[in-house]
Design a protein around this ligand. Structure first.
Ligand code: NAD
Length: 303
């Protein structure tokens, strides 16, 4: 049996660790020996009013368990401040969990530019900002683990969440690119799309379902992805209520028009274009180009 995944001498930065999923992560990393930076703005679910209470409460719980942690109250959009305070307290940064987030749900008729900008700032910008600030240190030490937080709303869309779903799918684009950039320096970046009980979901599900979806059930995947033994990078996992599964792109065989073609030809071939028979699982955009070049060669089209 493999030994416990330990984090002794590792420094773990978690944004939004004052409540919900982030708090559950913080407690577990501390139990496993990590020094934890508990970042939380202490804001309402829509991002207003800030308070030190949630971050302080998580730190107090960790200390009660005999763990090591300190609180940082900056908004995660100011990643350099969070990473600076991690370096001042603990001297290094090994793991970043970009978890902070808020909601500003509104359908397209009602959504304001402020709703849009706030969600971009609280999800995409925070993820970029903390990662960017940690990156130089991870690169120098040739080691880093980053976990970004997406959502089913981002993967599949959800009524009233155009802002949130755009930011959340954007976060996985960010993961895929930074995973490539981190390859040479042992920086692994992955995305999770969780469903867990927290104040974000307390109004949506019944008590029974919320019990089944406890935040603690999201923790094992995050701990596993954050460990030095994990070689996964650029991947996306859904997890909820004890279920964990990987997602990937699937592409149909499609159709190649070797001669001039029109909108009507496209319409005629609609079923073929939409078919997933003989599909493949592309990993990068070079795959696409190589495929098109091969098809053109097959059809004797001059390059
Ligand atoms: P939560 O509201 O319980 O906790 C979020 C925490 O982030 C709060 O303590 C809040 O103060 C903090 N925060 C918000 N903006 C911040 C900022 N700019 N800087 C620092 N701290 C900030 O929410 P949760 O359910 O634990 O969600 C955690 C993450 O998981 C979010 O990114 C959310 O979008 C994502 N998510 C959650 C679910 C779910 O089912 N709970 C589903 C999909 C995605």
């Amino acid at each position: 049996m493999a030994g416990q995944l330990r984090f002794d001498n590792r420094v773990v930065v978690i944004t939004g660790a004052g409540s919900g999923l982030g708090k559950a992560y913080a407690l577990e990393f501390a139990k496993r020996g990590a020094k934890v930076v508990v970042n939380d703005l202490g804001c309402s679910i829509s991002g207003e009013i800030s308070s030190k209470i949630p971050a302080d409460a998580t730190v107090a719980e960790i200390k009660q368990l005999g763990g090591i942690a300190f609180a940082n109250y900056d908004s995660a959009e100011f990643g350099h401040k969070i990473i600076q305070s991690a370096l001042e307290h603990f001297g290094r940064v090994d793991v970043v969990i970009n978890n902070a987030g808020v909601l500003r749900d509104n359908s397209m008729v009602k959504i304001s530019e402020n709703d849009w900008d706030t969600i971009m700032k609280f999800h995409l910008k925070t993820t970029f900002s903390v990662t960017k600030a940690a990156w130089a240190h991870m690169k120098k030490q040739k080691y880093g683990r980053i976990i970004n937080t997406s959502s089913g709303a981002g993967l599949y869309g959800n009524f009233g969440q155009a802002n949130y779903s755009s930011a959340k799918i954007g976060i996985h684009g960010f993961t895929q690119t930074t995973a490539r950039e981190g390859e040479k320096n042992n920086i692994k970046v992955n995305t999770i799309a969780p469903i867990g009980a927290s104040r974000m979901t307390s109004g949506i599900f019944t008590k029974d379902i919320l019990e089944m979806l406890s935040a603690e059930k999201i923790v094992p995947l995050v701990v596993c992805l954050a460990h030095e033994s994990c070689n996964e990078s650029g991947s996306l996992f859904e997890t909820s209520g004890g279920w964990i599964a990987k997602l990937r792109w699937q592409r149909g065989k499609g159709i190649f028009f070797s001669k001039n073609f029109t909108a009507e030809d496209v319409e005629m071939q609609w079923n073929t274009i939409n078919s997933f028979e003989h599909c493949d699982y592309p990993k990068n955009s070079i795959d696409t180009l190589q495929k098109v070049v091969a098809l053109a060669e097959e059809a004797n089209i001059p390059k």
